[in-house]
Ligand binder design. Structure first.
Ligand SMILES: [Zn+2]
Length: 552
């Protein structure tokens, strides 16, 4: 393995030149007042998506000033208890920069937003403000937080092409202000996965084989196989591991795989599940970049004409596989192994009990009372799907595909015990220990339940009769807070009033919060405050209290 550096400016200059129409602004202002250190980079593999920005560390705390990265105007404000939490979008110079999981916005935005929320009687918001908020690079636009789907304080920062909102790798820009350290650390190579196709064997067995440099100079393969590359990157000063910027793979003399994390597209970002070896990720948390491209993979990150077919090395022949990992700073790491052709006879493949379904065609599987409707192109590649009724409420839709590219529908009979209640039912995806991994809510129709699913596995029809539970209200830092929790279907909406007055209750990570600073309860100490939470099947939980009774 070797390390080499070719200079970041060359990559960046080449790359920015490709973004026709985007002004060649090669520096952004740092979005934070502290030196930039990262807990996540652009293009790293997450469950169901590539990460579309940088996760910037905030010293484990909230409330660090967040600065405008370029001159611009606020183009979108988003307030949600999910996803980006409190997020601000700034448009300028052909770019949109996005700042997510904030604790608070700039005071002028906060007061505009509060008026809007009270007008609409709705805390959640997503849209372009009807006032103009203009900022210069380096201005404070908000404060860092931990809102939405964030588990630990940090700033999620994105750079997008303003025209189509496609996210771009922010490390193609350098940052002024308290910027980031030089990155002299090359990516780390972990291994090459050699994965036998049906009938093939690697090191004598039909399982995936993870080759590392410590093992031997190569592996023996009989019959067809595919390859995957495991490796990561470290950015200078970081304890965290990140995704590599690029991976190149040669099989003999031919470049068979080359990808770069320059831009992504939200409409195809879920195809990360086709880019990686899904079983390695789901079963072993290993991030393995597939060399062969699955036919349904729509990602636009590949530089060569993507190879779909497996490799094969004839007995007594050998082929060298070379791997190059790159980071944005221009550091690279190289590794190589031999694949030695093995003369073992092909294995009878026992896993294929029926023929794979052609992914380009729609399919209807009707097994007993269960119906699976698979639209054309719902799979990334041809796959076998098996349907089984385990008991009256429990169904298995099994496939080596594990997930789908687009939704399919599953229709099952509703078990008698929960039938005819008139209330919506919940289809639960169950894990190996029976834990609920996901829920889909639907109405019973003619004794049947139909849901749109994005994965295969074991599913159970359940009834959700438990309303959300609201805990005791307490006052904390000038806010009234109420913990709220719901089993199964989850909280759909909530509302709180003092007399006729709607109160702006926010929600984050199961905590409802009303700021006494809003002033709407001033002088109403002896009026009752009522708070409701409604789950996704319509169960209503409620609590009420008098402000004068709360401990300060
Ligand atoms: Zn993030």
């Amino acid at each position: 393995m070797t390390g080499k550096k070719s200079g970041k400016w060359m990559w960046s200059a080449c790359f920015l030149g490709l973004l026709a129409g985007v002004p060649a602004q090669d520096t952004l202002h740092s979005p934070l007042t502290i030196p930039l250190q990262f807990s996540g980079n652009f293009g790293e593999i997450r469950t169901g998506h590539f990460h579309t920005g940088l996760d910037i560390r905030t010293d484990g705390r909230e409330g660090i000033p967040v600065l405008a990265a370029q001159d611009g105007q606020v183009s979108r404000i988003k307030v949600s208890h999910r996803g980006y939490g409190l997020a601000l979008y700034l448009n300028g110079g052909g770019l949109t920069t996005v700042y997510a999981h904030l604790a608070a916005f700039h005071p002028e935005i906060e007061s505009w937003l509060m008026r809007r929320q009270y007008r609409d009687e709705e805390w959640q918001f997503d849209g372009k403000p009807d006032s103009t908020f203009q900022f210069s690079a380096g201005d404070t636009i908000g404060w860092s937080g931990n809102t939405g789907g964030s588990f630990g304080p940090h700033l999620h920062f994105e750079v997008r092409d303003a025209r189509n909102q496609h996210p771009i790798n922010p490390l193609h820009w350098s940052f002024s202000g308290k910027g980031m350290a030089e990155d002299p650390v090359p990516p780390e190579f972990r291994g090459v996965w050699v994965m036998p196709e049906p009938g093939g064997r690697v090191e004598g067995a039909s399982e995936r084989f993870r080759w590392t440099a410590a093992y031997a100079e190569g592996v023996r393969a009989a019959g067809p196989f595919t390859l995957g590359v495991e490796g990561f990157d470290r950015l200078a000063r970081d304890a965290y591991i990140h995704g590599p910027y690029g991976v190149d793979v040669w099989f003999g003399d031919s470049l068979v795989h080359s990808h770069r994390m320059d831009t992504l597209n939200f409409s195809t970002n879920g195809d990360v599940s086709a880019h990686i070896d899904l079983p390695a990720w789901q079963d072993r948390k290993a991030r393995v970049h597939r060399v062969q491209r699955l036919p349904g993979n729509r990602l636009d990150i590949y530089r060569n004409s993507a190879r779909e077919t497996p490799f094969e090395v004839a007995p007594d022949d050998s082929v060298e596989v070379r791997v190059k990992l790159l980071d944005v700073a221009g550091n690279e790491t190289n590794a190589a192994l031999w694949i030695w052709g093995d003369s073992l006879p092909p294995l009878d493949d026992v896993s294929l009990r029926s023929a794979p379904l052609d992914r380009r065609k729609p399919h209807r599987l009707n097994v007993g009372e269960v119906i699976v409707d698979l639209p054309a192109n719902a799979l990334y590649s041809d796959a076998v799907i098996e349907v089984e009724t385990l008991d009256s409420a429990l169904f298995r839709v099994a496939s080596e595909a594990r997930i789908t590219r687009s939704d399919y529908t599953l229709t099952t009979p509703v078990p008698e015990a929960v039938s005819g209640s008139g209330q919506a039912l919940v289809m639960c995806a169950l894990g190996e220990e029976g834990e609920v991994l996901g829920t889909w809510v639907a109405d019973e129709r003619n004794g049947m339940l139909t849901v749109r699913l994005d994965r295969f596995g074991v599913f159970e029809v359940r009834q959700d009769t438990a309303p959300p539970i609201l805990g005791s209200p307490v006052i904390e830092d000038g806010d009234v807070i109420i913990p709220v929790m719901d089993e199964l279907s989850g909280i759909a909406r909530w509302e709180g009033r003092c007399g006729d007055q709607w109160l702006r209750w926010s929600m984050d990570k199961g905590i409802l919060r009303y700021r006494l600073d809003d002033g709407l309860t001033d002088g109403k100490e002896d009026q009752e405050v009522k708070v409701w939470a409604i789950d996704n099947v319509g169960n209503i939980g409620q609590t009420s209290f008098w402000l004068r009774d709360l401990k300060r």
